[in-house]
Design a protein around this ligand. Sequence first.
Ligand SMILES: Cc1cc2nc3c(=O)[nH]c(=O)nc-3n(C[C@H](O)[C@H](O)[C@H](O)COP(=O)(O)OP(=O)(O)OC[C@H]3O[C@@H](n4cnc5c(N)ncnc54)[C@H](O)[C@@H]3O)c2cc1C
Length: 381
Amino acid sequence: MKHPYLTNDHEIFRRSLRKFLEKEAYPFYDQWEEERMIPRSFWEKMGEQGYLCPDIDEEYGGSEVDWGFAVVINEELERVGSGLVGVGLHNDIVVPYITAYGTEEQKKRWLPKCTTGEIITAIAMTEPGTGSDLANIQTTAILDGDHYIVNGQKTFITNGIQSDLIVVACKTDPKANPKHKGVSLLVIERDTPGFSRGRKLNKVGLHCQDTAELIFEDCRVPKENLLGDEGKGFLYLMEKLQQERLLVAIAAQTASEVMLKQTIEYVKSREAFGKPVSKFQNTQFKIVEMATEIEMGRAFLDQLIAEHIEGKDVVTKVSMAKWKLTDSAKKIAAECMQLHGGYGYMEEYEIARRFRDIPVASIYAGTNEIMKTIIAKNLGL
Ligand SMILES: Cc1cc2nc3c(=O)[nH]c(=O)nc-3n(C[C@H](O)[C@H](O)[C@H](O)COP(=O)(O)OP(=O)(O)OC[C@H]3O[C@@H](n4cnc5c(N)ncnc54)[C@H](O)[C@@H]3O)c2cc1C
C-alpha cells in the first residue's frame, strides 16, 4: 500500500532521528525515570539537531517542513518511552497556539527560543476542581491598567516544573454567560511576579515526565501576553484539541506496535513443556488477535493523519481514534504482560514500564468518555 503521507525524505529523517535517540536518549532513559526528570540538555540537543518545532516558519527558526515530520518525531520518541511525551506536547500542542494566534511581536519574541530548547513550553487548562468541564475553570485574569491580575491554581501540568512559558486558560470575564465565552488564553513566563510552582506530582507511570501544579497569586501578567482575542480562548482550545488528540492516538498506536514486537520476540525465545511458548495455540491466537487489531488501527490512523495534514476537520474520527487506540493499547499491554509470565512483572522487562505508562492515554487530552460524548453529539444523538 502506498503510504498516504510519508515520503522517502521522511524515512531518511526517521533514520537519522533514531540514530540520534540511540545515542542521546535510549542509554539514559532508565536513569531519567529514576531521577523523575529529563535533563534540559536533552531538549537543547534536540533543538541543535532541528527536532524541535521543525514545521514552523524559517524566519522564526523552523524548517517549514510538513506535519509528516512531526508524526515521525512523535513515533520515534514514543518508541524510546512514553515519558518523552512532553517534547511532543511542546512541538505540536503548545507552540501551535503561538504560531496560530500570536501577534508578530509575540512570535518573534518566543518562537526562535522554542526551536532551540531555550524555552520549554506547557499548557495549563486543568485545575484541582475541574478537568473535563473546561468552561468551568475558576482561574481569573482581571485587567488592571497594563496588566492582567491572575489568581488560581492549575494541576497535572506536563512540563510544569521545567517550563519557561505557559499558555494558561483563565477567565477574563468570570460572569460570562454562557461560561465558555469568558475564557481567554494568557502566556505566562517564568519569573512573572506572583507565579510559583506547586508540587511535582508522583505518578503511576511516565516517571521521567515532569507533571506539576502551578500557582498564581495576584500574578501580574503584561496585557501584551494575551494570546489572540479576549473571550475566544475556549474556541482556540477546541480548534487545537484535534491535533492534541491525534498525537495521543499516534503514541498509543506506536506503543501497541512496540509491545507486540517485543512480545513476539519473547514468546519465541521462552520455552515451556519442551517447546517455545509461541507454539501454544493460545499464544498464537492472542498474538494474532493483537496483530489484527494493530494492523486495522494503523490503517485508520494513517488515513486520519493524511486528512489532518490536508487540513480537513476530522474531529469525530480523531475522537474515535483517540478512544479506540488508547483502549486497545491498554488491553494489549495487559495481554503482552501475561504472555511474558513472571518476567513481565519485573522492571527489567520493558513491558512492565509500558503497562504502567499506557493507562493515562485514555485519561489525558480529554478522557475517552468525553471522546464518546463528542462522537455521540456529532452523530446527531
Ligand atoms: C499525566 C497527566 C498529564 C496531564 N497533562 C496536562 C496538561 O499538560 N495540561 C492540562 O491542562 N491538563 C493535563 N492533564 C489533565 C487531564 O487532561 C485531565 O486529567 C483530564 O482531562 C480529566 O479531567 P479530570 O482529571 O478533572 O477528571 P474529571 O473531569 O473529574 O473526570 C472524572 C471521571 O468522570 C468522567 N466524566 C467527566 N465528565 C463526563 C461526562 N460528561 N460524561 C461521562 N463521563 C464524564 C471522566 O471521563 C472520568 O472518568 C494531565 C493529566 C495527567 C494524568
